[in-house]
Design a protein around this ligand. Sequence first.
Ligand code: AMP
Ligand code: MG
Length: 424
Amino acid sequence: MKKTISLENLVNDPGCLSEYDPNAMKIEVARKYIHNFLKANTKTEYVNTEDALNRILGETIISKINVPNYNNSAMDGFAFNLDSLKEKNTLEIATTILAGNLSKHKIKPGFAAQVMTGSKIPNGTDTVLPFELVKQENDSIVVSKLPTKGANIRKLGEDIKKNGDVLKKGVFLRPAEVGLIASIGISKIKVFKKIKVSFFSTGDEVVKAGQPIKSGQVYDSNHFTIQSMLKRINVECVDLGIIPDDKKLIEKTFKNAAKVSDAIITTGGVSVGKADFMKDVLKKLGKVLFWKLSIKPGRPMAYGAFKATPYFGLPGNPVAAMITFYQLVQPALKYLMGQDNYKLPMLLKAKCVAPISKRPGRMEFQRGFFTSKNGELSVKPTPHQGSAILSSMSKANCLIVLDIDQKSIKVDDYVNIQLMEGLV
Ligand code: AMP
Ligand code: MG
């Protein structure tokens, strides 16, 4: 009989699904499993439109008005009836209509109104010509070349139609969307409540910046990268500090985290050797899977749940922690936050200007620096690619994404790159 895919089944019997290979799980499979056990945020709140940046829309917005809500001029120039130019090429200037003048004007054939960008198009006219294209002689204008009818007029509703959908529920609000909402006169909108994400670092050797450090210790960089990545996606961070490799303390911290947050992230303690230790603690508290992902860096990772709170156990190595966050955790958090259709930045082709040695069997996310010349992208891997070399992340502006089956790359081969700008 076919077993249902539940987190419990997987934890108790990791081999119960053919795709599940604890020795090397493909990243796409890991993404799928993670997604299966997530429940998207449904809690909403109202915020002022000016505070809506980087929030996720909690309702579909329908416009009550047309935008623009009147036919208006796209240029500083003259408005007239095109047909009246058929007989003679001169028009008399009847009046000037500034933007913001709400009066109803009527212009007779043979006459033109001086208009500004955003001015109402007066009745009786259907075309606008900019000042530069007409010759002004006293109170008249001379038009030497006939424009097309309707030229330089912005039509009622051409941006947004009355009663039309403006933005769909689940959209991430960038500056353009915030402006768009304001453009239909809405000053308060429903957004999904921010989710709370708890995070802590583990490791006896890990020390907080600002403290003295001894030989054999390492400053906690993961804490700061994880927190910064969380801040970029606008979640509420619950900082639970550095927890030494102590079962009791870790257990206490997990229990606390599950109570106060919508997701938990830890770094360290999930690699071989340490994994058994974390496994003991986590088995007692929830359902947790330990994965060996077929990616580099970021092979060890844990995923699970404490009651309904999803848990992401990231590797301790700083680059591996960042890569697994971007590739696996960020999409999951976006879904939890209520965002629809979050996509990782698309892959672009770039010519590799240095060789890269690679064996098939693992997907690699190498740190790279790309440049663009004459519209063509080139990329060079940063010199040190170790998963502990955090400066390789800082020196990079892209990830070179090498497929699982890909072999070594020669100079001038094309590779896929993922821009870091889009990731954050
Ligand atoms: P672990 O995954 O705990 O075996 O750690 C792997 C490596 O990452 C070890 O060299 C750790 O010292 C290092 N590491 C673990 N946690 C951190 C952290 N928070 N910041 C910087 N390095 C870390
Ligand atoms: Mg550790």
